[in-house]
Design a protein around this ligand. Sequence first.
Ligand SMILES: Nc1nc2c(c(=O)[nH]1)N[C@H]1C(S)=C(S)[C@@H](COP(=O)(O)O)O[C@H]1N2
Ligand SMILES: [Mo]
Length: 199
Amino acid sequence: MPIISRGFRGRRPSGDHELPPGQYETSDFPVLSAGPTPRVPLDEWEFTISTETGTEYRWSWDDLMALPAETPTVDLHCVTKWSKFDTEWRGVSLDVLFEDVESAADFTLVHSYGGYTTNLPLEDLLDGKAWIAYEYDGGELPAEHGGPARLLVPHLYFWKSAKWVRGIQLGLEDEPGFWESAGYHDYGDPWREQRYQGD
Ligand SMILES: Nc1nc2c(c(=O)[nH]1)N[C@H]1C(S)=C(S)[C@@H](COP(=O)(O)O)O[C@H]1N2
Ligand SMILES: [Mo]
């Protein structure tokens, strides 16, 4: 038996990262948008969390910029099978935005400028798992990648990371978003290869 450790043999060229099943690594950053890129002037931009009872919490762009930011480095996994390692972002944790929100809801429907929607359980947005990101790779987030601000939820397939995010609607029941209504998996865990309904 050769003297070589399992850990070393299992290592991929890019380092310690693991690829979820069925994915390949790319260094590109493909743009995937279901429609035209909306342009939202920052003085009109706002982000809203609305609860199941109709209470609304609102942030202007300046409000968002005044909140404490984090700089997560994360791996991205797109359902079209590309993964990109070690992407660098700056944004506000959803924990900060949900701090004073009172709700009994377990589900969320995320809305974007332009009409895109995607659904996630509330718990997948909390506990350090999700951000409203407004910088990528040390610069302003480019519009085609969701600028001025997008949701970033790297532990789920990247379609859950709504670009041009406008708000989060809390609900007592799960309501499918754009791709979820078109046959994509309701939850979308890349490690369990939950690409499509029935996976
Ligand atoms: N508003 C909006 N958000 C979106 C999409 C979209 O079409 N519209 N596409 C999703 C999909 S399928 C993917 S893979 C990622 C792509 O993000 P990127 O274009 O920055 O790579 O955004 C997700 N968020
Ligand atoms: Mo995607």
